[in-house]
Design a protein around this ligand. Sequence first.
Ligand code: ADP
Ligand code: MG
Length: 375
Amino acid sequence: MKKRRVGILFGGKSGEHEVSLSSAMCVFEALDKSKFDVVMIGIDRNGRWVRPRLEWLLEHKDNPREMKLESLGSTLSFLPDQAQSPLVEAANRGESVGPLDVIFPILHGTNGEDGTVQGLLELAGVPYVGAGVLGSSVCMDKEMAKRVLRDAGLDVVPFQSVRRVDFEEEPKKILDSAAAQFGYPYFVKPANAGSSVGVHKVKSAPQARALFEDAFQYDTKVIVEKAVDARELEVSVLGNHRPEASIVGEIVPRHEFYTYEAKYLDPDGADLKIPAEDLSHEMQKQIREMAVKAFRVLECWGFARVDMFLDRRTGELFVNELNTIPGFTPISMYPKLWGATGIPYAQLLERLIELAIERGDERRKLKLSFEAPKK
Ligand SMILES: Nc1ncnc2c1ncn2[C@@H]1O[C@H](COP(=O)(O)OP(=O)(O)O)[C@@H](O)[C@H]1O
Ligand SMILES: [Mg+2]
């Protein structure tokens, strides 16, 4: 079979820059080089696209903080509509990166997982792994995602969205109404963020205002949500039109909730349980079905990790959020769940590449203009 040329797009102007570097290098190393030619395409913290030297990346792969993308390669320019060859090295007077069969974006959070990069790749006409513009941006916005899930009959934790302009005008009214609607504690979180940045558990009236103000630093809209005493369950979903769910995993944070510190700073911040224990067969089935349904209604493609809450008291199940580019190091939940379900890491990557190409072919065949039938 012909070798596929795969571009790995990584780094990014986002709070999760380093996580992306680690995931990207793991993906690079795991791809079978007899089947794939791999082109690394870095995005530095300023949003510049660069073509980093591979030796340099490999040398620093165990310490991504050292892997400063800024200084290590020629800048790439992007030319829309260059079918398959959209990237040129700007400094080298337009030398092309060459045709790419598929791009694997391993970018988390804003400017990567939110539909912006997906839009660029659509314009370029290159197939890419993961959700498209719509699914990516809807999943990024916690209010929009919850509205869609709710409309499809999937349970979400009761929530309200609040815009910063309204909060600034009448803070007391909004704080009183949040307390009246949800009682203490409740959660406030930026509508578009991730990694638990700006997420707070509001336990009493005196602290509420400052916590809202902090959440509003990250977005002009926040969501306020009832706090659930919940087990945090996660499922990996894989596929296009007929997606499948992995077995169920569980995150057990050792902090008050699954905070930024628990995710990234404290090496013992959380336990990953694969599989989640003490779930009846029936409950596992329900969770997996719910994950697949959420994936489909939110227009996901290829992969997504579906995060859910299981209320310890009532046994109710809620969809919390979908991550359309989940962490992808070998110790990340998404690939580990598939590993435990029977798809090893390297095979999973190949499947994702195939799915992206299938989806690209399907899209390419769609008619873009209407031709009236000849009379
Ligand atoms: N309504 C809630 N009830 C209980 N815990 C919550 C609630 N909302 C968020 N959390 C806690 O905060 C963490 C981060 O919130 P989440 O909505 O997943 O945002 P992010 O996109 O930043 O991961 C969750 O993993 C969970 O530990
Ligand atoms: Mg989360």
